[in-house]
Design a protein around this ligand. Structure first.
Ligand SMILES: [Zn+2]
Length: 274
């Protein structure tokens, strides 16, 4: 089957430091990011990196290097879920950190992803603020009921918030009658690839995401701060598999850059959610 019949997919990376508070291995995200960059170069993919502002301050040369071949978007200043944010301090931190990264890479930042996909009915205020801070799109929602941060009732394909910000909601699979997040992050390590692909919706734009820690192989098992023993086992599980899983998923799609896709869609044809 030719490429024109395949669904389009974008590759995104959430660049964060999951062991910031633990100090076991300083800045191991740098090493892992260079593995991801080599992999993207080999596959000739232009990806979008959602960067945590604190990391940009800590490793400016890394962000500059990434920006030579990829798009830089924003993943909050310090990875605080929106549900724990105070609106005023969110605005200040986001404005300053966005500006810092824009000056660093010499390009305007238009994309935002909420930490832990924490854009929920309770934090919908952020969609107006994103527009005021001159973002153009967000990829911050899980469009189903979740134990923590879901947003049931929003469209499951790209749509507009009332403020005009375009939203790319998480891609879902339908497994045994339940909708679950799919083709990204930890889900890549747990769900069999054939099951994810088979249970995706038939048509529509998709995106996948990974974190540096999804492929980091060097650290031995340890109980992660804030997680119990069982959660820590899950956290470390199956990391060798991640890039192979993404490759299989990409082969079944036409790979496009997220910001190019955004430029080419007719925004007035997108559904609006109020
Ligand atoms: Zn994150």
């Amino acid at each position: 089957m030719g490429n024109i019949f395949k669904n389009q997919i974008s590759v995104t990376i959430d660049l964060e430091d999951y062991r910031r508070k633990k100090n076991t291995c300083k800045r191991c995200y740098e090493e892992t990011t260079s593995i991801i960059l080599d992999w993207l170069r080999e596959k000739k993919i232009r990806a979008t990196f959602f960067v945590v502002g604190q990391l940009a301050e800590e490793s400016p040369y890394l962000i500059k290097e990434i920006s030579l071949n990829h798009d830089i978007a924003f993943h909050s200043f310090d990875h605080t879920p929106l549900t724990d944010e105070n609106i005023h301090s969110f605005v200040t931190k986001t404005f300053e950190s966005k500006k810092f990264i824009e000056d660093l890479v010499g390009k305007k930042i238009i994309g935002f992803r909420a930490p832990c996909f924490s854009l929920t009915p309770q934090t919908q205020w952020v969609t107006n603020i994103l527009s005021e801070l001159e973002f153009e799109y967000s990829s911050s929602t899980i469009p189903t009921k979740m134990p923590k941060f879901g947003f049931p009732g929003i469209p499951q394909t790209p749509f507009k918030w009332e403020s005009g910000i375009v939203e790319f909601p998480m891609v879902l699979s339908n497994v045994l009658g339940r909708e679950i997040p799919s083709i990204g992050g930890a889900y890549l390590r747990f769900l069999p690839v054939w099951l994810m692909l088979k249970t995706l919706k038939k048509k529509g734009f998709r995106w996948t995401y990974l974190h540096p820690q999804d492929i980091y192989l060097k650290n031995n098992f340890n109980v992660v701060k804030g997680l119990n023993f069982f959660q820590s086992v899950l956290y470390h599980y199956n990391r060798k598999k991640t890039l192979n899983s993404i490759e299989t998923i990409l082969k079944c799609h036409k790979v496009v850059n997220l910001e190019c896709y955004l430029k080419n869609i007719n925004k007035s044809s997108l559904p609006e959610f109020k």
